[in-house]
Design a protein around this ligand. Structure first.
Ligand code: GAL
Length: 663
C-alpha cells in the first residue's frame, strides 16, 4: 500500500464538470487517499430527514474507479442551518452566557442530545449506504473536535455536568471534599445547586474548573463515541479515526487514543516561526507514542500558506517537502493536506491547496506532485517503527490544573515548558517518546518530567520506583504539588517527590517578567521565569543562585536514589545551559544520538520493520552540510530526489532530505 498521500476533497464546492479533471489531476499528483465529505451535511440532508446522496454516490464511485481510497468523513462538524433554526438549543454558550451563533462552523453544544441524535441519524445513513463500497478505506469522525467550541456553558451542558459529577462522586459530601468547598462558603447541599464555572466576580473554584475541563473533554469524546458506535456496528471492519490538533488543550490525546484505530493529526507549520519544526517534532513524537509506536496519519497540513494567522507566510521552496518527510521520519504513514482544490469563495479561499487557483503550472502543484512521486517510490517505509530510549512525560490533567488562575505565577505555560525540555533532546538528535505518566517506564533509560504540577500519589510512587530500580529521571520545578483535585499534597513541597529528590522547597519565588538570575557551579549562566528556596535533604547542589533574593541557595541538584539518579531544576536555565545539562544527563544514562556528530539543524531518525531499515536525514538549517554516516548505507532517496548508490557521507542542502537504507 505504501505511504498514503492526498488531502481533503470537497467536491460540493464545484460543478460536476470539474470532478473529472479532479480525478485526472489527482492521478497526476500521485494521490492515493482523500478525506471526503467533511462539510457536506447540508448537501446530503438539505431538510430534516430528506436525504440526497446521489451526487455523493457519484463522488465515491468516481474515486473507486480511479483507485483512490476514501477516508470518509461523517459530515457532522458543521450542522446545517435548518437544524439550529428548528433547535436553537443546540447552539453553544460561552462562560459569559453569550450564545455562539451559526454562520461559521462547529456551532453545537457537545452535550446536546438533539445534536447528537441528528448526527447519529446521519452517520447511520452514511454507514448503511457506503458499507462495502470499494472506495471506503477509513472513517473520519467529525473534524477537529474542540477547535472552535472548546467547551459549552449552557443549561444543557450544566445538566450533563451534574450527571457526570453524580457518577464521579456519588455523594455531594464527596464532591464538597474534592472541591474544597469549605473555602469561601461554597458547600453544596445537593448536586442540583452545581453550575458550570461560568464567569464569576472572581476566581471560580479551581477544582470545579478542573473538573469542567475533564467533563468538556469527555463531552466531546461522547460525541465521537456515539458516532463510532454506529460505525463499528455497521462497518466493523473499517478503521476509525478523527483528526486531532497539536498541543490542543481541550482534547486529551492520550485518553482519545484508546478509541482511535490510528492516531491522526492536523499540523500547520508556521514558515515565519523559524523553528516550528521543533514544535512539530514534539507533537509528532506524541502522536507516535500515544498508541505505543503505531504509525500515525498526518491528516492535514498546508501545501503553502494558511489564511488564519495574522500574516500568512507561504512555505518557501522545499519547506513543504522537508516538513512532510519530517512527519514520515517521525512515524507517519500518511501525508495529507487541506485541501485538494483551492476554493473560490468562503472563508478559506486564500488558504493554499494542492491544486491552486493558478492550476497545474504552479510551484505548489509541482512540489506536491513531486512529493507524491517520492513517497510512492518508498512504499517499504509503511508499517516500520522507531525505538526511543528517552521518554518525556506529558499529562493533560496537570496541564489543565497548571494553567488555572490564582497561582504563584501565571507565566507557567505547559506547552512552552514542554518544548523547552524537548528542544535539547531534538537538537542533540536523540529519539524521544512523549508519554503519559501512567505508561510503563522501565524500558526507558531516561525519563524527563518537564512540569507535572498535578501528580497523583500513585504516579509519584511509580516515578520513585523507576529511579529506585536504576532509572535516570529529570524533574523540573513546580512538580508534584497537588493531587487530582488540585489540593496541595500535605507535608511540604513537593511532598510526594521529596524523598526521591532529596530536597524540600520551602517557598516558591517566581521571577518577575524580564528578570533573570545568575547561577554558578557545575553549570553557570543565567536563568529566568522561576526560582524557589530549596533545602537539601540528601541531594547535592550542582549549581546555586549567584545573585538575587536566593543567592547561595541550590538551583540545580542531583540525588542518587536506590540504584538510580534524579536531577532537579529549581529554575528555568537559559537554552545553552539546558542543553549542557540534558547532554550530560543523557550521557550519564547511556543514551546516544541516532547519528553521532550531527551538524546543527539536522534531524536524524530511524524507522525499521518488515519493509526494511531507514535512516532519515533532514536539514532544517539554512546551510549546506555534510553528514557522516555511522555505517555505509544505500541512498533510497538521495538529496536531489533520485536514488543513489551506497555512501558513507551525505551532502544536504538547506531544506534537504535524504532517506538511506541498508537492505
Ligand atoms: C483545519 C480544518 C480544516 C481547514 C484547515 C485550514 O483546522 O480542519 O477544515 O479549516 O484547518 O487550515
Amino acid at each position: 500500500m505504501g505511504i498514503q498521500f492526498g488531502g481533503d476533497y470537497n467536491p460540493e464546492q464545484w460543478p460536476e464538470e470539474v470532478w473529472a479533471e479532479d480525478l485526472k489531476l489527482m492521478k497526476a499528483a500521485h494521490v492515493t487517499m482523500v478525506t471526503a465529505g467533511i462539510f457536506s451535511w447540508a448537501r446530503v440532508e438539505p431538510r430534516s430527514g430528506q436525504w440526497d446522496f446521489g451526487w455523493f454516490d457519484r463522488v465515491m464511485d468516481n474515486l473507486a474507479g480511479a483507485g483512490i481510497a476514501v477516508c470518509l468523513a461523517t459530515m457532522t462538524a458543521s450542522p446545517p442551518p435548518w437544524l439550529s433554526h428548528a433547535h436553537p438549543e443546540i447552539l453553544p454558550e460561552g462562560p459569559d452566557g453569550q450564545r455562539r451563533w451559526p454562520g461559521g462552523r462547529q456551532h453545537y453544544c457537545p452535550s446536546s442530545p438533539v445534536y447528537r441524535a441528528h448526527a447519529v441519524r446521519l452517520v447511520e445513513q452514511l454507514a448503511t449506504r457506503y458499507a462495502g463500497h470499494p472506495a471506503l478505506a477509513m472513517w473520519h469522525i467529525g473534524n477537529e473536535y474542540g477547535c472552535h467550541t472548546r467547551q459549552c456553558y449552557c443549561a444543557v451542558s450544566a445538566e450533563d455536568f451534574r450527571r457526570w459529577l453524580r457518577e464521579r462522586y456519588e455523594s455531594v459530601t464527596a464532591l464538597n471534599a474534592a472541591w474544597s468547598t469549605a473555602f469561601w462558603s461554597q458547600g453544596y447541599g445537593d448536586f442540583d445547586e452545581v453550575l458550570p464555572p461560568r464567569t464569576a466576580p472572581t476566581f471560580p473554584n479551581p477544582a470545579q474548573q478542573l473538573d469542567y475541563l475533564r467533563f468538556g473533554d469527555e463531552a466531546l469524546r461522547a460525541c465521537y463515541l456515539a458516532e463510532k458506535e454506529v460505525l463499528n456496528r455497521l462497518t466493523p471492519e473499517v478503521p476509525v479515526t478523527t483528526n486531532l490538533m497539536p498541543q490542543h488543550k481541550p482534547v486529551d490525546a492520550f485518553a482519545w487514543s484508546a478509541h482511535m484505530d490510528a492516531m491522526a493529526l492536523d499540523f500547520y507549520q508556521d514558515p515565519y516561526a523559524g523553528d516550528d519544526h521543533i514544535r512539530a517534532g514534539y507533537v509528532f513524537d506524541l502522536m507516535r507514542s500515544a498508541r505505543s509506536g503505531q504509525p500515525w496519519m498526518l491528516l492535514e497540513q498546508a501545501p503553502s500558506a494558511v489564511n488564519w494567522r495574522p500574516r500568512n507566510g507561504p512555505k518557501p521552496p522545499g519547506a513543504m517537502r522537508l516538513w512532510s518527510w519530517q512527519a514520515v521520519a517521525q512515524g507517519a504513514d500518511a501525508v495529507l493536506f487541506f485541501q485538494w482544490r483551492q476554493s473560490l469563495g468562503g472563508a478559506e479561499k486564500f488558504h493554499s491547496a494542492m491544486l491552486p487557483h493558478g492550476g497545474t503550472d504552479t510551484r505548489i502543484f509541482r512540489e506536491v506532485s513531486e512529493l507524491g512521486r517520492e513517497l510512492a517510490s518508498l512504499a517499504g517505509i509503511e508499517g516500520t517503527r522507531s525505538r526511543a530510549e528517552v521518554a518525556l512525560l506529558a499529562d493533560w490533567h496537570s496541564w489543565w490544573a497548571l494553567e488555572l488562575d490564582s497561582k504563584p505565577s501565571t507565566a507557567l505555560e505547559h506547552s512552552r515548558i514542554a518544548l523547552e525540555h524537548y528542544r535539547p533532546l531534538f537538537e542533540a538528535g536523540v529519539a524521544c517518546d512523549v508519554v503519559p505518566p501512567q505508561r510503563e517506564l522501565n524500558d526507558y533509560r531516561l525519563v524527563v518530567v518537564p512540569n507535572l504540577y498535578l501528580l497523583t500519589a500513585r504516579d509519584a510512587e511509580r516515578l520513585t520506583a523507576y529511579v529506585r530500580d536504576g532509572g535516570r529521571l529529570v524533574v523540573s520545578f513546580f512538580s508534584g504539588i497537588v493531587d487530582e483535585y488540585d489540593r496541595v499534597h500535605p507535608g511540604g513541597a513537593p511532598a510526594p517527590l521529596r524523598e526521591l529528590l532529596g530536597l524540600r522547597v520551602e517557598e516558591f519565588w517566581p521571577l518577575d517578567a524580564g528578570r533573570t538570575v545568575a547561577v554558578e557551579g557545575a553549570y553557570a549562566g543565567r536563568a529566568d521565569l522561576w526560582s524557589e528556596a530549596v533545602d537539601l535533604e540528601g541531594a547535592e547542589a550542582l549549581a546555586r543562585f549567584a545573585d538575587g533574593d536566593l543567592a547561595g541557595r541550590p538551583a540545580l541538584t542531583r540525588h542518587t536514589y536506590g540504584r538510580g539518579t534524579v536531577w532537579y531544576l529549581g529554575t528555568r536555565p537559559e537554552p545553552v545551559l539546558m542543553r549542557a545539562l540534558l547532554d550530560d544527563v543523557r550521557r550519564a544514562a547511556g543514551v546516544a544520538p541516532v547519528v553521532p556528530g550531527l551538524p546543527a539543524g539536522v534531524q536524524a531518525t530511524v524507522r525499521e520493520g518488515a519493509g526494511g531499515r531507514y535512516l532519515f536525514l533532514l536539514n532544517h538549517g539554512t546551510d549546506t552540510v555534510e553528514v557522516g554516516l555511522p555505517e555505509p548505507m544505500r541512498e533510497a532517496l538521495a538529496a536531489d530526489g533520485a536514488r543513489g548508490g551506497t555512501v558513507d557521507r551525505v551532502t544536504l542542502a538547506a531544506r534537504g532530505v535524504a532517506v538511506l537504507t541498508d537492505d
